[in-house]
Design a protein around this ligand. Structure first.
Ligand SMILES: Nc1ncnc2c1ncn2[C@@H]1O[C@H](COP(=O)(O)OP(=O)(O)OP(=O)(O)O)[C@@H](O)[C@H]1O
Length: 809
C-alpha cells in the first residue's frame, strides 16, 4: 500500500502530518573493544543534535561525516534521561488516544535491548518498556471519572515467522489489514490491572524469546520482538471512548556474518534477520523519497510496521550505535538509515469512539447482565407469593379436619353413637383422600417451583460472577493516587517534561541557527577588489569540491556496502540452494513418483499469506477436488481383498469377518535393505584351473609378480587371449600338414572358454612353446572337454610369462 493512500479512519480525528522522530544513542566502549585497542570514531554533540563519525583508516582528507538528528545521546546518557526526553511525551500521546511506536534499530550488540528493556532489578537501569508501564499506571491512577481497559500482547518474528510469546504453542500467526490498521488475528492478549501484571507478562514473554550467543553479543536477540499495549479509556460522564495503542519494538541486530561467527543455523537466522532489516531499509528509503510504491509486503516486519512508518502512528526510531573503529562501516550504515528515516512523514490519528473497542463491548454486556439479574430478582420476589397461595388450602383443610374431628368427638360423647361417628369419619376419610391427592399435586408444584427457583438462583449467581469479572477487568481511574505517587513527585515529573521540551526546542533552534549562519556568511561576503573576488570564488570552489568529494565518498561507501550485502545475500542463497538440493534429493529417492506428483498438484501458493499450502483433498482428473470417497461401479462386483478371499474359502470365521467385501489393499511391510551377504566360496575360473592343473603336471612353478598393476583376472584373461592366439597360429601352421596329437585344434578368441579337444590344451601348448617346453610332452587325455567353437585370433603372441606377471621359476 502506498504511504499516501491512507485508510479512512473510523470515527478518528486527524492531525497534521508529523515526521518520524529519530534519536541516536551511542553506547560506551565495551571491555573487549578497549582491550583490543580500538579507537573511538564517534563524537556526540547532544546540544546540537549532531553526531560526527571519522574514519581512522581513510587515507583521504575528507574523513569526518556529520549527521543531524532530533536528539543524540552520548555514552554517559542515563536511561531516565532518554525516557523523560524522548519517550515520555509519546506515551502521553498514547494516553490521549493516539497510536505510538518506538523501535530500536542498529547493529548487533549496540544496546537495543538495553535501551528497550534495560537491566531488570536495577531501578536506574530499567529501560523504556518497564518505564512506560509506570507512566501508564500513574496516569490511570491519577485520572478520575474514567474507566480503563488495558490489554497487552507480546510477539516475535523469528525466521520470518510470527510467534506468540505468551502462547508459544500457537502457530500460524498472520498479519492482516483492516480499516483500523494492521493486526494479528488470534494473538493472545492479557488484561492487566497494574504495573506488576504487565511486568509479569513481559517476564513470561522474555522467557520464550529466541536469543543466542554470537561473537558480538553474548545474549543476542535473534528475533524482532514487539510488545503491544492497548489502552481503552472511557469518559464516564460523556460515555466517549478513546483507544491508544503503543508498540514497543526491539529489533534483532543487523550483522555481518563474518564478524558474528555465524555458521549453519546462525547463518540462516542472520540471513533472515538481515533480509527483514534490509526490507525495512527499503521501506524507509521509499517513504523518504516519496516513492509511489512502498514495499511493505517484502517482510513480516515491514507489514507489522506499516502503521508506524508512513501510517497513522506517532513514531520514534532509536538508532543504537557503537563508538569503536571496529564497527565503522556498520555504524555509518545505521547513521545513514537513521538520517533517511527523518524524512518519513506520518499522519497520527486519535482513535475516538472506535467501533471495535472492547470496553464498549464490556459495557454493553455489563448492562445486559445487570438487566438480566434485575429481572430475575424481580421474579424471585413474586414466586413466594404464589407458593403462599398454594399453601393456603392445605392449612384450611387441616383446620377443617381438626374441627370435624372435634365435632365428631363432641357428638360421640353426647349421643355415644359410634356408628354415626364412624360414618362421619368414613365420609371425612373419602374427602380426605381426595384432598390428599390435591395436596400431593400442590406439593409437587411447590417442589417444582422450588427447583426452578434454585436453578434461577444459581443462574443469577453465575451472571453476577460474570458481571463481577467483567467489572474487575476494567479499572476505574483516579484511585490509589496517594499510594503510588506523592504530589511532589508529580510536580517533579511535570518539571522534567518541561525541561525535555525546552531542550528539544533548543536543539531545533541551534540547528536552525547553524544553517542561517552559513547562509548569512555567504551573503555578507562583499567584494572590494578583483583579487578578493578571486579569493572568494576560490574558497567557494574548494567548498564545493569538498562537498563533491564527500558525495563521491558516500557513493563509494554505498557501493561497497551494496557489494557486501550482495555477497552476503549470495552466501545465504547458496545455503538455501544447498538445502533445496538436499530436500529434492530426499524427495526423488524416498517419495514414490505418484505421491510426489500428487503432492505437486496439491501444493498451492497462497498469495495473501505468501506461502505454499497443501490442500488436504485429493485432486480429481478434471482438476477439481474430490470431496467424496470414490464409489465402485453399481453393477460390478466389488473387489475383494486377498485376505477376505482366503477367509471365505476357509469358511471358518464366516460370522466374525467384518470387512470381507471391502477393498482393503494389503501393503507389504517395507523392509530395510540387506547390508550383509551369505558367504559364497570364490569362483575359480576354468582358465585358471587349467593353468594350475597344467602347472601341477609339468611341475613348473608359476609366480604371480606382485608389482604388476593388472588384476589377476585381467592377467589371466590376457594369458587366455595369448594362448588362443598361439593355438590359432599353430592351427594355421598345421593346416597343410599333420596334427601333432592327431586332434583338430581350434582357438577361442574370447579367451576364456576352452575349445573341443584343444582349447586349453592349445593354450598350455602355447605356454609351453613360450616357456621352451616341447609340445610333444603334452598329454591330450588331460584336456577338459568343452563344446564351444573357437574363433581365430590375429594378435601376435605376447612374451610369456614376464609381461603377464607370470614367470617360471
Ligand atoms: N548505553 C549503555 N550503557 C551501558 N551499557 C550498555 C549500553 N548499551 C548497551 N550496553 C551493554 O552492551 C551489551 C549489548 O547490549 P544489548 O544486548 O542491549 O545489544 P543489542 O543491540 O540488543 O544486541 P542484539 O541485537 O544482538 O540483541 C550489554 O551488555 C549492555 O548492557
Amino acid at each position: 500500500m502506498s504511504a499516501r493512500a491512507r485508510r479512512p479512519g473510523t470515527g478518528n480525528s486527524q492531525t497534521l502530518n508529523e515526521c518520524v522522530q529519530v534519536v541516536v544513542r551511542c553506547r560506551p566502549m565495551s571491555n573487549k573493544e578497549r582491550s583490543e585497542g580500538y579507537d573511538e570514531v564517534i563524537s556526540v554533540y547532544p546540544k546540537r543534535g549532531v553526531i560526527e563519525i571519522s574514519n581512522q583508516t581513510d587515507t583521504q582528507k575528507e574523513q569526518r561525516k556529520v549527521f543531524t538528528y532530533d536528539a543524540v545521546y552520548d555514552p554517559g546518557a542515563s536511561q531516565t534521561t532518554v525516557y523523560n526526553e524522548v519517550v515520555f511525551p509519546l506515551v502521553s500521546s498514547v494516553l490521549e488516544g493516539y497510536n505510538g511506536c518506538i523501535f530500536a534499530y542498529g547493529q548487533t550488540g549496540t544496546g537495543k535491548t538495553f535501551t528497550m528493556e534495560g537491566i531488570r532489578g536495577n531501578d536506574e537501569l530499567v529501560g523504556i518498556i518497564p518505564r512506560s508501564f509506570e507512566q501508564i499506571w500513574l496516569h490511570i491512577n491519577r485520572t478520575e471519572n474514567f474507566q480503563f481497559l488495558v490489554d497487552v500482547s507480546y510477539l516475535e518474528i523469528y525466521m520470518e515467522e510470527l510467534r506468540d510469546l505468551l502462547k508459544p504453542n500457537s502457530k500460524n500467526l498472520e498479519v492482516r489489514e483492516s480499516s483500523s490498521g494492521v493486526y494479528v488475528p488470534n494473538l493472545h492478549s492479557v488484561t492487566c490491572k497494574s504495573v506488576e501484571d504487565m511486568m509479569n507478562v513481559m517476564k513470561v514473554g522474555n522467557k520464550n524469546r529466541t536469543v543466542g550467543f554470537t561473537n558480538m553479543n553474548e545474549h543476542s536477540s535473534r528475533s524482532h520482538s514487539i510488545f503491544m499495549i492497548k489502552i481503552e479509556m472511557c469518559d464516564i460522564e460523556t460515555n466517549t471512548i478513546k483507544v491508544g495503542k503503543l508498540n514497543l519494538i526491539d529489533l534483532a541486530g543487523s550483522e555481518r556474518q563474518s564478524k558474528t561467527g555465524a555458521s549453519a543455523e546462525r547463518l540462516k537466522e542472520a540471513s533472515k534477520i538481515n533480509l527483514a532489516l534490509s526490507s525495512l531499509g527499503n521501506v524507509i528509503s521509499a517513504l523518504a523519497e516519496n516513492s509511489p510504491h512502498v514495499p511493505y509486503r517484502d517482510s513480516k516486519l515491514t507489514r507489522l510496521l506499516q502503521d508506524s512508518l508512513g501510517g497513522n502512528s506517532k513514531t520514534i526510531m532509536i538508532a543504537n550505535v557503537g563508538p569503536s573503529a571496529y564497527n565503522y562501516n556498520e555504524t555509518l550504515t545505521t547513521l545513514r538509515y537513521a538520517s533517511r528515516a527523518k524524512a518519513i512523514q506520518n499522519q497520527p490519528i486519535k482513535n475516538e469512539d472506535p467501533q471495535d473497542a472492547k470496553l464498549k463491548e464490556y459495557q454493553e454486556e455489563i448492562e445486559r447482565l445487570k438487566r438480566l439479574i434485575g429481572s430475575k430478582q424481580h421474579v424471585k420476589v413474586e414466586k413466594p407469593v404464589k407458593i403462599k397461595v398454594v399453601k393456603k388450602p392445605k392449612e384450611r383443610r387441616e383446620k377443617q379436619h381438626r374441627e370435624m374431628a372435634e365435632s365428631i368427638q363432641t357428638v360421640g360423647a353426647i349421643n355415644d353413637n359410634s356408628l354415626d361417628a364412624d360414618a362421619a369419619a368414613a365420609g371425612a376419610g373419602g374427602k380426605e383422600e381426595e384432598e390428599s391427592d390435591k395436596e400431593n399435586e400442590v406439593e409437587e408444584e411447590v417442589a417444582k417451583t422450588n427447583e426452578q427457583l434454585e436453578s434461577e438462583r444459581l443462574e443469577t449467581a453465575k451472571l453476577a460472577a460474570k458481571l463481577k469479572e467483567l467489572e474487575s477487568q476494567m479499572v476505574r481511574g483516579g484511585k490509589n493516587l496517594l499510594d503510588t505517587y506523592s504530589e511532589r513527585q508529580i510536580e517533579l515529573e511535570k518539571k522534567l517534561v518541561e525541561i525535555a521540551e525546552r531542550k528539544k526546542r533548543e536543539i531545533e533552534m541551534q540547528q536552525k541557527l547553524e544553517l542561517q549562519e552559513e547562509t548569512t556568511l555567504e551573503i555578507r561576503e562583499t567584494v572590494t577588489s578583483l583579487e578578493q573576488e578571486v579569493e572568494l570564488k576560490k574558497r567557494k570552489l574548494s567548498k564545493c569540491y569538498a562537498k563533491f568529494l564527500a558525495l563521491q565518498q558516500e557513493l563509494n561507501d554505498c557501493k561497497f556496502e551494496h557489494n557486501q550485502d550482495l555477497r552476503e545475500l549470495e552466501m545465504a542463497q547458496n545455503e538455501l540452494v544447498k538445502e533445496l538440493k538436499r530436500q529434492l534429493l530426499i524427495i526423488d529417492n524416498f517419495v514414490p513418483v505418484e505421491v510426489k506428483q500428487r503432492l505437486y498438484t496439491q501444493a498451492k501458493y497462497d498469495e495473501e499469506q505468501e506461502e505454499w499450502k497443501f490442500s488436504a483433498l485429493p485432486v480429481g482428473n478434471d482438476g477439481t477436488y474430490n470431496t467424496k470417497r470414490p464409489v465402485s461401479h453399481p453393477q460390478r462386483r466389488r473387489p475383494i481383498s486377498e485376505y477376505a478371499l482366503l477367509e471365505a474359502k476357509s469358511n471358518t470365521s464366516e460370522a466374525g469377518l467384518r470387512f470381507k467385501s471391502e477393498n482393503i489393499v494389503s501393503y507389504e511391510l517395507e523392509m530395510p535393505c540387506r547390508t550383509t551377504q551369505e558367504y559364497k566360496t570364490p569362483k575359480i575360473s576354468a582358465s585358471l584351473q587349467a593353468v594350475l592343473a597344467q602347472a601341477m603336471q609339468t611341475g613348473d612353478d608359476i609366480d604371480i609378480v606382485e608389482n604388476h598393476t593388472n588384476s589377476i583376472r585381467s592377467r589371466l584373461e590376457s594369458i587366455i587371449n595369448a594362448s588362443a592366439n598361439a593355438a590359432a597360429a599353430a592351427a594355421a601352421a598345421n593346416a597343410g600338414g599333420s596334427n601333432m596329437n592327431g586332434h583338430a585344434t581350434t582357438a577361442n578368441g574370447g579367451g576364456g572358454v576352452a575349445t573341443a579337444n584343444g582349447g586349453v590344451g592349445s593354450r598350455i601348448k602355447s605356454s609351453r612353446i613360450a616357456s621352451g617346453i616341447p609340445p610333444s610332452a603334452m598329454d591330450s587325455n588331460r584336456r577338459p572337454p568343452t563344446g564351444r567353437p573357437a574363433t581365430t585370433a590375429k594378435k601376435p603372441v605376447s612374451a610369456y610369462p614376464k609381461a603377464r606377471g607370470l614367470v617360471t621359476k
